[in-house]
Design a protein. Structure first.
Length: 319
C-alpha cells in the first residue's frame, strides 16, 4: 500500500496524533492520515475516525533524499572538519647544551672583565707583526749575491786575494796555484743563484761558469750575516764568506812512486813538490794520480779525484 506524505516538501513539523514528521504545508499526515488541524493539535480526532497504525520509520528513512544534481546546477561540498592543532612537545635541554651555555656565559663575563688586557695584547701583536713585516723586507733586500760573485770569482780564477781576511784559517798555508789548474777558470761568463735567511743569518750561493769547455759543476759558497742597527730597532746585514776549504795531504808509504796533481808532475812520494800537511785550497776539480817510477804503470788503487767547494774539509789519505 502506498501512503502519500501530503503536499509539503519539508518535514519540519511533528504530528500531534502519531508523533511522526509532518510536512510544513501538508494537508494531512502521511503516516496516520490525520487532517492538518488534527495533526497540529487544533482539532481532536473523532471517536469513530479510523487511524491507520503506521510502523515507526527508521532514522535513516526520516531524512529526505538529497536532490539529484542536474547539469549546470552547483552542488555545494560538505565542509571538511577542522583539525585542532596539537600542542608541540617541548624538548628538554640536554646536559651538554646546558653546560655549553653555562661555559659560554662564564667566558663572556671573564672576557668583559679582561677586555683591557685583550686590547693591550692585540696592540702588542699588531706592533710585532708590523716590525716583523718591515724587518723581513729589509732582510729580503740585503741579497748576498753581489758579495758572493766577487768572492767566488777570486777563487775560480785562482787569485790569492781569495784567502785574505780569513781569521778561521789563520796560519794555514795556501795550496800552490800551479797545481790548482781548472778548465772552468778561463770561463768568460759566470752566473749565480742563491738562497738566504736574514733571521737565521745564513746564505748559500751557487757560482757557475758558462761557455765552452766548462765542467758545468757550480761552486757552492756559504756566507754568514754580520748585523748592524738602523733606526734603533731594525737590522741591516753585511754578508761575510765562511773560511775557504782546507785539505789534509798525505801520500802512500811506497817511496818509489811518481805524483801527478791535475796532470802536472809533482815529484815523488819520497820528495813531493807539495809536502804533506794542511792547506787552504781553491775551489774546483782536483785529481791526484800515482805511477810506478820503475815501470811507469799507473797505480789506480791510489788515484784520487775531488771537486772542492768553497768551504769544507777534504782528506788525501792512504791509511
Amino acid at each position: 500500500m502506498t501512503i502519500e506524505e501530503g503536499t509539503g516538501d519539508e518535514f519540519l513539523l511533528v504530528c500531534f496524533v502519531c508523533k511522526n514528521p509532518f510536512g510544513l504545508v501538508a494537508q494531512f499526515c502521511g503516516y496516520c492520515q490525520a487532517t492538518r488541524q488534527q495533526a497540529l493539535g487544533v482539532e481532536r480526532a473523532r471517536p469513530n475516525q479510523q487511524i491507520i497504525a503506521v510502523q515507526e520509520p527508521k532514522p535513516t528513512e526520516l531524512r529526505p533524499p538529497p536532490p539529484k544534481p542536474t547539469q549546470g546546477t552547483f552542488t555545494p561540498q560538505q565542509p571538511k572538519p577542522i583539525k585542532t592543532p596539537q600542542p608541540k612537545k617541548v624538548r628538554q635541554k640536554s646536559v651538554i647544551v646546558e653546560n655549553l651555555q653555562l661555559r659560554s656565559k662564564s667566558f663572556n663575563s671573564w672576557q668583559k672583565k679582561n677586555s683591557k688586557s685583550f686590547v693591550s695584547l692585540g696592540m702588542i701583536a699588531f706592533l710585532f707583526s708590523l716590525y716583523f713585516s718591515i724587518q723581513s723586507v729589509i732582510f729580503l733586500t740585503n741579497s748576498p749575491l753581489s758579495v758572493a760573485e766577487k768572492r767566488l770569482y777570486l777563487g775560480a780564477t785562482r787569485n790569492t786575494l781569495y784567502f785574505d781576511n780569513s781569521t778561521d784559517n789563520a796560519g794555514i798555508r795556501f795550496f800552490p796555484p800551479k797545481f790548482s789548474s781548472w778548465s772552468d777558470s778561463t770561463a768568460g761568463k759566470w752566473t749565480s743563484s742563491g738562497s738566504w735567511n736574514g733571521w737565521k743569518g745564513t746564505a748559500t750561493v751557487d757560482f757557475l761558469g758558462a761557455g765552452r769547455d766548462v765542467s758545468g759543476i757550480p761552486i757552492t759558497g756559504k756566507f754568514k750575516a754580520e748585523y748592524s742597527t738602523t733606526l734603533g730597532i731594525f737590522r741591516n746585514i753585511k754578508w761575510i764568506p765562511e773560511a775557504p776549504a782546507v785539505i789534509e795531504i798525505n801520500y802512500p808509504s811506497n817511496p818509489n812512486l811518481s805524483i801527478y796533481i791535475n796532470g802536472l808532475a809533482a815529484g815523488t812520494t819520497l820528495q813531493p813538490s807539495v809536502r804533506t800537511g794542511t792547506y787552504q785550497i781553491y775551489p774546483g776539480a782536483l785529481t791526484v794520480n800515482f805511477f810506478d817510477s820503475s815501470t811507469g804503470d799507473e797505480l789506480t788503487e791510489y788515484s784520487r779525484s775531488y771537486f772542492i767547494d768553497a768551504q769544507g774539509s777534504y782528506d788525501l789519505g792512504f791509511n
